[in-house]
Every structure is written in C-alpha cells, then in structure tokens.
Design a protein around this ligand. Structure first.
Ligand SMILES: Nc1ncnc2c1ncn2[C@@H]1O[C@H](COP(=O)(O)OP(=O)(O)OP(=O)(O)O)[C@@H](O)[C@H]1O
Ligand SMILES: [Mg+2]
Length: 282
C-alpha cells in the first residue's frame, strides 16, 4: 500500500439550528505518498478537526476521505496520529507506553523491546524509560508520544503540532531528527504546524489553510534539496522566497479573520443596544 490520503469536498459542522457552526469548508487536497505535506494555518482555523476526519475518528458532514482511493471508514492501524494533546497512558511507564502498539499487534517481546529502547534513546528519553507520564516534562511527553507512534511504522503518519511546547533547542533537535527519519523511511506524512520555519524545513508541499471555516487557501511547492539540515535553510534565498510567499497569504487570512471578528462584535453591540432601547421603551 502506498498510503496516499485524499480529502474530497470535505465539510464539517458542529451543533444544530442557529448554533450550527461550520469548521471545515469544502476542503479538497491530497497527501501524496512520496511528498512530505505540511499543513499550516492560523490557530483555531480547524486544522485539528481536519486531522480527526483524516484519521477516521470523526465523519465529515459531507464530502469524503479516501486512502489509496478507497473511503476511510473509521480509524485504522495503517494511519497513526500524534495529537496535539498528550495521549500517553498515565498508568504506564514511558517504555510500556512505547511498547503498547507492538504488544497489541503481537510483535515478539524481545524485538519490540529492542526497538523501543533504541527509539527512546533517539528522542533523548533513554534515562526516562521507567518514569510515568506525570514524572516527565511537557516536552518529554511529546517526545514519548512520538516514539510511541514511530515504533508502529504506520503507512501514514499524521502529526498534529507534535513539537508544541518544546523549548527552542529541543524543538530544533526533534525537527532535524524527524526530518532525517522521513528521508530514510519516506512514509506518507502530514504534519500540522503554526510555525513557518518548521513548515518549510520539513515540507515538500505546503497546504496553507484559511481561517475558520478552514479550506486550502494556497498550495506551495517547497523545492529545496534533500537531505536538509536546519543550518542550510537559514539564509537560503529559495527558502526565504517561499517563506515570504507563505507569510503573505497567512497575513491575508489573519486580516480577513480580524475584519470578520470585529464585524461580528459590532453586530453584537448593535443588537444589544437595540434590545436595550426596546426594553427601555416598553
Ligand atoms: N466537537 C466540537 N464541537 C464544537 N465545536 C468544535 C468541536 N471541535 C472543534 N470545534 C471548533 O472548531 C474550531 C476549530 O478548532 P480546531 O481545534 O480544529 O482548530 P486548530 O486549527 O487545530 O487550532 P489550533 O492551532 O489552536 O490547534 C474551534 O472554534 C472549535 O471551537
Ligand atoms: Mg489544533
């Protein structure tokens, strides 16, 4: 299986009646198997909602999600998601959390154990194998989660801001580690972020998302050579061009949201003033 993931006319709304709110709006894009796709967009746009739909945890209100051309019906072990919020089992040590997937799939204990230990070393948690999630810092928890996802070697890996909350130095180390891992293993990858430098470093393709309700507002090819190192990207002319182009679109989206936000506030104040006047007159 190549593991290409496709969204076709996906719409997602929550709530009913006048409280109905559209979060994802006619979204169409493909996460190709051989190109690292990064989704970048404003906070609160609807990216995590889209991730839950792609992973099969929720159903679109309309439109469809396809994997290798076939409709996705629920979550599957072929797609692995690292969520923005930590999802480690609090009653398990870091090592046992990492071993959870292989155990569930019936992988031989010695083989799984060997891989888990090696992965935990790679993410800098070798000395924290026997600690419980509450004994780890937020950044360590993120790394433990990454190890727990990677050990299963899924065909499609979806990471929703996996490095959020890491300090700048650890973030850089993790980015380079994850980039090199991708270059070796080449799994279908969708990475969600709000950080433009992170996006450009990892991406072959950038999906720039609009504000709420989210859609793809632009697609930019990141034609920088691989293997990449963070040091190569800093000050690179091509990388800077791409960054300027992406930021211009993101800026437009931010302005639109600002304008609609202030319009909504103005409408609310008008309605409130009208009701008060009517109330006073009655
Ligand atoms: N189950 C739900 N019911 C109602 N509204 C929801 C639900 N899930 C998400 N939303 C709304 O959808 C909007 C988008 O949320 P989402 O978490 O997808 O954004 P995001 O782009 O991932 O933001 P961030 O960058 O901050 O993580 C929010 O306004 C949120 O309140
Ligand atoms: Mg999110």
């Amino acid at each position: 299986m190549s593991g290409s993931l496709q969204a076709r006319g996906v719409v997602k709304s929550y709530g009913a009646g006048r409280f109905r709110k559209r979060v994802v709006d006619a979204c169409s894009f493909t996460v190709e198997a051989d190109r690292f796709t990064v989704m970048i967009g404003p906070s609160g746009a609807g990216k995590s909602t889209l991730v839950r739909l792609l992973a099969g945890f929720e159903k679109p209100s309309s439109g469809e999600i396809l994997i290798d051309g076939k409709p996705v019906r629920g979550a599957g072990p072929d797609r692995l998601v690292v969520f923005q919020e930590t999802a480690l089992f609090p009653w398990m040590t870091t090592l046992d959390n990492t071993l959870y997937g292989p155990k569930a799939r019936g992988v031989a204990k010695s083989e799984a154990d060997h891989r888990a230990r090696a992965l935990l070393e790679r993410v800098g948690l070798g000395a924290f194998r026997d600690k419980y999630p509450t004994q780890l810092s937020g950044g360590m928890q993120r790394r433990a989660e990454l190890a727990r996802a990677l050990i299963n070697d899924p065909a499609v890996i979806i990471l929703d801001e996996p490095f959020r909350g890491l300090d700048a130095m650890t973030r850089k180390l993790m980015l380079e580690y994850y980039g090199s891992l991708y270059e070796r293993a080449r799994r279908t990858s969708l990475f969600v972020t709000t950080d433009i430098d992170e996006a450009i470093f990892l991406a072959d393709r950038l999906l720039i998302m609009s504000n709420l309700p989210t859609r793809v507002s632009a697609v930019i090819d990141v034609d920088l050579p691989r293997p990449r190192r963070l040091a190569d990207i800093v000050g690179d002319d091509r990388a800077n061009d791409i960054k300027a182009q992406a930021l211009a679109i993101l800026h437009q989206e931010a302005l639109k949201s600002f304008a609609s936000g202030s319009r909504a506030a103005a409408d609310f104040i008008d309605a409130y003033a009208r009701r008060s006047r009517e109330g006073a007159a009655a």
